[in-house]
Ligand binder design. Structure first.
Ligand code: FES
Length: 145
């Protein structure tokens, strides 16, 4: 099947921003898509209420790499509240869209950010559920159906 990707998607796939790990990260989130087997890991450095550094590693398709890259760019330097408001739709819009069959790849980025913020709260003994809400689970997601 041939897909058409925007120039921004191709750019973030070919030159992903913020790839790597953060040593002693304040929050780490790992999410996977059980249908395609792709995995995304997100690392956060948080000072006060601000995400001062964000890095990611994605073992997955080009769209997953491009959305992770764009998502890190959009939340870096932002507050936790602002990062939690980032939706996969906003990431896709920032990339000038994704082919419909690739929409589920952008969901992974949103979930990875939420998982990393949840981990940050858990490390501090705070229950993240009322703050972060339901991270979602690919098993219950119908994007790949
Ligand atoms: Fe699995 Fe894109 S095909 S995240």
């Amino acid at each position: 099947m041939a897909f058409t990707y925007s120039e921004k998607v191709m750019d973030h796939f070919a030159n992903p921003r913020n790839v790597g790990e953060i040593e002693n990260a304040d929050g780490i989130g790992e999410v996977g898509n059980s249908k395609c087997g792709d995995i995304m890991k997100m690392y956060l450095k948080i000072e006060g209420n601000v995400l001062v550094d964000v890095k990611f590693k994605t073992f997955g398709c080009g769209a997953a790499i491009a959305t992770s890259s764009m998502a890190t760019e959009l939340i870096k330097g932002k507050t936790i509240d602002e990062a939690l408001k980032l939706t996969n739709k906003a990431v896709m819009e920032a990339l000038d869209g994704l082919p419909p069959v690739k929409v589920h790849c952008s969901v992974l980025a949103e979930q990875a950010i939420k998982a990393a913020i949840s981990d940050y709260y858990k490390k501090q003994g705070i229950d993240p559920t009322p703050i972060v809400g339901d991270i979602g689970d690919c098993d219950h997601c119908d994007h790949c159906e």
